[in-house]
Design a protein around this ligand. Structure first.
Ligand code: URA
Length: 227
């Protein structure tokens, strides 16, 4: 890969900035000063910028316990974003896998692997997502049956796909859906005459929110295990 591309990806600086530091002689590759920005280097080479080793980010997979009040975006002019909570050296390479509403808490996956996030969020993948909803009124068995069978959401074609629904004490319900329409869970409960007071995502596919993570905390995911 080109040396300016390497420096930009490894540090997060824009390519124009990387070009400058290379031209100014601040970059050594395997002990040799490189000043020509188009030079091709081995991605496994030892690269120093101002005498500090810099490395490519590689594939990164994180799990975050999203707290209430932050938005699931990389940048936002008005609100704190989930990325503001991620103190990671390669933070600049990361994006959020799907979204949660500002007032929804729970599991959020974050990565720099676009293929992986696409596989999880693509509608045809039907990856199940489980939410714990605290409702305005206790869910009736009839309401649960309607949700299981599929309900009509305003402005959508056809019914929602079959969902798993569990009625819990204290006006709570657990629901698993395999779609990701806008505000889907809140709209589904509204369609059966209820209202979501608070919503918490517990699971996406094989990934379950680690109970040891407090709201706002995150950890690196080991993709070979189903934590
Ligand atoms: N469904 C919603 O209504 N909100 C979320 O944040 C996630 C799913």
């Amino acid at each position: 890969m080109r040396v300016d591309q390497f420096v930009s990806q490894a540090t997060g600086m824009p390519r124009s900035e990387a070009v400058k530091v290379i031209r100014w002689g601040q970059v050594l590759v395997d002990g040799v000063k490189i000043t020509k920005t188009s030079t091709h280097i081995d991605p496994t080479a030892e690269v120093l910028l101002d005498d500090e080793t810099i490395v490519l980010p590689g594939d990164i997979y994180l799990m975050l316990h999203k707290p209430v009040g932050v938005v699931s975006a990389t940048e936002d002019v008005e609100h704190q974003t989930v990325m503001d909570l991620i103190d990671h050296p390669h933070r600049h390479t990361l994006h959020v896998v799907g979204r949660l509403d500002k007032d929804t808490t729970g599991l959020l996956l974050i990565t720099n692997d676009g293929d992986w996030s696409h596989r999880i969020t693509a509608p045809k993948s039907h990856v199940p997502k489980t939410y714990l909803a605290t409702l305005a009124w206790a869910l009736t068995e009839e309401g649960a049956e309607q949700l299981r069978a599929g309900v009509q959401l305003h402005g959508e074609k056809g019914l929602t796909k079959p969902a798993e629904v569990e009625i819990l004490p204290d006006q709570q319900a657990r629901i698993t859906i395999s779609e990701g329409k806008y505000h889907q869970v809140k709209r589904m409960f509204a369609a059966v005459g209820n209202r979501v007071g608070s919503l918490h995502r517990e699971r996406i596919g094989e990934w379950v929110l680690d109970a040891a993570l407090a709201p706002g905390e995150w950890k690196v995911l080991n993709r070979d295990s189903s934590d």
